[in-house]
Design a protein around this ligand. Sequence first.
Ligand code: TYM
Length: 327
Amino acid sequence: MKPVLISGIQPSGRLHIGNYLGAIKNFLELQESGKYECLFFVADWHSLTENFDPKEKNEQIMDLAINFIALGINPNLATLFLQSHVLEHTELMWLLTSITPFGELSRMTQFKDKSARQEENVNVGLFTYPVLMAADILVYKAAFVPVGEDQLQHLEFARTLARKFNSKFGEVLVEPKSLMTATPKVMDLKEPKKKMSKSMPGGCLFIDDTEEEIRKKIMSATTDSETVVRYDDEKKPGLANLLRIYNALSSVAIADLENQYKDKNYSHFKKDLAEVVVNYFADFREKKMVWKKREEEVMGILNEGARKAKIMAGKNIADIRGKMGLV
Ligand code: TYM
């Protein structure tokens, strides 16, 4: 049996190039490798911890599922589903809360950041968010979790819970390991010292931006007053970020890019990068238009995915319940 690999994305806004280069690009490569039993899901429950409108939420869930498929998640190679269709995740979450220290959750970076950002809505879901995320992973006994750098603390927390559970109740859970890409932290285009994030849409390059938007955003990305194209993350964080994006989408080494743009200015470099991005996502944009008209088929894929995921999770949760003495 192949090792299980799982990851999820929240349907809480449009996908940006950070989501793609930090996570989805890896999902596609790992799926194609044939080495893993791959599970990918829309983390719709997690996204309810931020302010939302139900109608908009419904659209965001379908949009993310369509994005997954249009980007290349293949239902013949991977199981694609909605988190809220597999109730075993929430059952395990409850079981795990009994071994989760309150203090540890209150120290999680994301909880502190998000509570500060939505002071009027510091809900309990925001607090228990990492326990649900641990359950998402542990309920499948997943060995690998491809994520960007910002999720490492949550993953470490899941590992700690697995260890604690096993030592208290007997070996049953698997400690998951993270898998990261060469670009685990894509930076904001306007403020390159900050991570690109849906919460700051002004600095995001969205993968379904139009060609014009892509060009405009890249041409106006923050760089520095020096004009030489060279990689220096400390002194030239904006340019370094653009070089990493160029490298990740073209496979041209950063040293070769420095060489190629040795005698050229930033605007020349940015123009070329914009074309690289435009071309890279052209196929996706076309496929997305097609899949948007096939919502029923998308629902079919999600239902079949949930059916398969439930079988895997159901078998594991029975073992876990047993270890805890439930009858
Ligand atoms: P989410 O929806 O915020 O992000 C989805 C994925 O994109 C990565 N990412 C980035 N990578 C590089 N640079 C960036 N600027 C950047 N921004 C986001 C994230 O690290 C993530 O891999 N809690 C998760 C969803 C989740 C999950 C899970 C993931 C729920 N349960 C179980 C893995 C396993 C989240 O909010 O990701």
